[in-house]
Structures are given as C-alpha cells and as structure tokens.
Design a protein around this ligand. Sequence first.
Ligand code: ADP
Ligand code: MG
Length: 240
Amino acid sequence: MITFEGVNKHYGDFHVLKDINLEIHKGEVVVVIGPSGSGKSTMLRCINRLETISDGKLLVNSARVEDKNTDINKLRRNIGMVFQHFHLYPHKTVLQNITLAPMKVLGISQEEAKETAMYYLNKVGIPDKASSYPSQLSGGQQQRVAIARGLAMKPEVMLFDEPTSALDPEMIGEVLDVMKALAKEGMTMVVVTHEMGFAREVADRVVFMDEGRIIEEATPAEFYANPREERARLFLSRIL
Ligand code: ADP
Ligand code: MG
C-alpha cells in the first residue's frame, strides 16, 4: 500500500531522510521509533505530500506521490492523519469538526455526515461530547475527536505522529485503546510512538530510525527483547 524506494529528502543543505526503503502492506500496523530529530515526522509527512521528497520513489496504492499527474487531493482523502497536538478547530463543535471535511471534500449531505460522525464518536467512546467545543474537553478526549475526524473520511490508511506525547499520563491509555481497536479491525496504520505496550500488542513491525536512516526493522517481540543495533539498544535503554 505504501512503498518507499531509495527515498531521500533534504531541507536545504540538511539531508533529513537518507535512502529510505520501506514497504507497508494493507492491514499492517507499523510503529516508527527513534530519537528526536531522526526524521520520523518528515517520513510520515512525505506519505501525503505535506513534504516533498528530493529523490527516490514513494508509492501509495501504486500512485507515485511525487508525480505531477497524481491527484494529490484524492490521495490525501485516502490518508487520515493524527498529530501530537490534535489540530481541532477551536470555534467549531466536536460534531462540526468531524462533519466539515466529509461535507466539503466528499460532498456528502449534512445528515449523512452527522450520522457518520456519531458512528465514529461512539466508536471512540464520547458520543455525549458531540455539541461540546474542543476547549471543554480533556486532551485525551480531544485526541479521540481527532481520530474520529480522521476516520470519518473513511481513509484506507491512518498516520499517527506521536498521538499521545502531549497527553497527561492518565489519558494516554484511552487514546491507545482506541488505536488498538482500530488496529485489530484491520486498519493500515503507521504510528510514530514510543509506547512499547501498544507496539507489542498490535504492531506487525517496529522501524527504528536514527539520523535520517532506517537502522533496524523487526517484529516488536524481537526488537524490544533484543535489538540488533547498538544505537537501538542505547535508545531503548534511555526511554524504557
Ligand atoms: P522527528 O520527528 O524524528 O523528531 P523530524 O522529521 O521532525 O524528526 O525532523 C528531522 C530533522 O529535520 C530535525 O533535525 C529537524 O530540525 C529538521 N527539520 C524538520 N522540519 C524542517 C523544516 N521545515 N526545515 C528545516 N529543517 C527541518
Ligand atoms: Mg516528530
């Protein structure tokens, strides 16, 4: 579903992604970990062309992301993204936050959009918050709204960039539970997270990045028990 083939990216003189090769198949859950500044967010953002690659090939559903003929809006509709800092519209209710894109981008009716929004709000466990504003919700609830908003576009892939890093510890579990349920339903997911419990429970693979390179790729069981690379060992010893 997603293929990186010899992908490089530069920010000016800075070589941020170095020869990235990675394949993500339909239904897979891939966890990306690595030190701050190693290029994890950049790699994720290249997938929906929030960042452009410098060279190599990046395919999503066999369409080349960097190709001028690729319909980038169509590609983005198919990829949900959840960020560390929720990015909800503060002056819109939860329901409006979720129905906006499906109505505007997919052109579905308000009625249908509301129905879909309520379906996903139920799924993330906060149907009672439909009329609230983001500022009236806890961080964990806001992040669950952001997930529901992503799902309401019915994407084939969901990208998560440190979705629990900005949350108070007691709210991390509720967001991870929603993500685990999604993974178990077969959603294709790429998740930047250092949450080992999540990775161990639902990830098919863990990808370790350092200084713009993928240094190691392994199953979570292998990776956490016995990382092959010294840099991965060092990193794990610091975060666990
Ligand atoms: P991570 O998510 O692993 O912390 P990022 O992908 O955010 O890493 O960043 C990788 C490196 O690229 C960092 O050194 C960061 O400072 C740099 N970087 C990120 N975005 C930009 C940008 N827009 N312009 C220049 N440098 C950037
Ligand atoms: Mg990042």
